[in-house]
Design a protein around this ligand. Structure first.
Ligand code: SF4
Length: 354
């Protein structure tokens, strides 16, 4: 970035003034408690602010400190997380809380190296916690900051590239005013969320437009540069829906599977023939009367798209024991177990429990 010390200081102070006047009043901004900041930063990964607010508030009521989180059961935490998605975040939070409790007596460490050794804490989260909670001079480079800084600097290299991210981190480090790391990092993120948005940035309202290379050369729409990401692989499934009295058949997913250690519906790979459906019927010893198509839905992950067709099995009572991992879950208990959003869609589609 071709910016001398004075123009860097000018940019920082313009940005901080704007932030003071325009920042949104968000619950995690009312606290400097490292635990609350950590929880908010993990929840905000890949998730919109409006979605996070009610989860954040409830989560802090249920688990107000490291110790409460460390001592809670995994299933209970996953149930609180239900609907936020990316469940590995919740599992990592839990494991990290246990490590903090054990190694640091429940006090979140304020050294970069210690934080980075905790599960789920990468460069961004470590920088965010250290700067916002402890006001230490570390950059926190998330997607918003990458976009803003690459535009300011007129950066035309791929921002998905690790080297590029590192360079942007260096630029941010050089701009952090002494003693104001937390505010400065949040100001950059806020600018990215509110004005320097991905499409059609609101440059005329931008406090740092006079320092922005992309704006001065009209390149806002081509920066940041991102190489084409691989499209997610489409996978076709039948989803088996079996009801009995006031319960539904669900499956505890294997820990190695996607959405593992949570509850879902039995899924069968879709084929041209009905073979997988018949095999499933035999496997659980059903006397099948008929099968009915209930509808289709899909769920998009970063690397896969599940296209799911719900099939209702109408069946006679059977004496067979269910195979391991399958269980009848009463409708009124479905809120008490972790069911990821992909399967919540099936519940909604089929009006299960209604
Ligand atoms: S001037 Fe426009 S492109 Fe540059 S930082 Fe501001 S909003 Fe972003």
């Amino acid at each position: 970035m071709n910016m001398n010390k004075n123009s860097g200081q000018n940019l920082s102070s313009l940005l901080l003034d704007w932030y003071q006047e325009n920042k949104r009043d968000l619950p995690w901004r009312r606290s400097k408690d490292p635990y609350s900041i950590w929880i908010s930063e993990i929840m905000l990964q890949q998730t919109r602010v409006e979605t996070v607010i009610p989860y954040y508030t409830r989560f802090l009521q249920d688990y107000p400190n490291v110790r409460a989180l460390a001592e809670a059961g995994e299933e209970e935490i996953l149930t609180s997380w239900k609907g936020l998605g990316y469940y590995s975040r919740a599992r990592n939070l839990h494991r990290a809380a246990q490590m903090i409790q054990e190694k640091y007596q429940g006090i979140i460490p304020n050294a970069y190296e210690d934080l980075r050794l905790l599960p789920g804490i990468g460069d961004y989260t470590a920088g965010a916690v250290l700067s916002i909670a402890f006001n230490l001079s570390f950059p926190a480079v998330d997607g918003n900051v990458l976009r803003v800084v690459s535009r300011i600097a007129g950066w035309e290299e791929d921002i998905r590239d690790a080297m590029g991210r590192e360079k942007i981190g260096h630029i941010v480090s050089g701009l952090i005013p002494p003693g104001r790391a937390g505010e400065f990092n949040q100001a950059l993120m806020e600018l990215g969320a509110e004005l320097c948005i991905p499409k059609n940035p609101l440059c005329t309202d931008c406090p740092i437009r006079s320092c922005c290379s992309a704006m001065s050369t009209g390149r806002q729409s081509c920066i940041p540069v991102k190489k084409q990401a691989k499209s997610p692989v489409p996978l076709e499934y039948w989803v088996a829906v079996l009801r009995r009295d006031k319960s539904v058949l669900m499956q505890y997913r294997d820990q190695t599977a996607l959405l593992g250690r949570m509850w879902g519906f039995p899924m069968l790979i879709k084929m041209l023939s009905a073979e997988p459906l018949n095999e499933f019927t035999q496997q659980i010893g059903l006397e099948l009367r008929e099968m009915r198509r209930l509808g289709e839905t899909k769920h998009v992950f970063t690397h896969q798209v599940w296209r799911m067709e719900a099939i209702e099995f109408i069946w006679e009572e059977t004496q067979n024991e269910l195979p391991k991992g399958l269980a009848w879950i009463p409708f009124d208990k479905m809120d008490h177990i972790p069911i990821p959003r992909a399967f919540q869609k099936i519940i909604k589609l089929c009006d299960i429990g209604v």
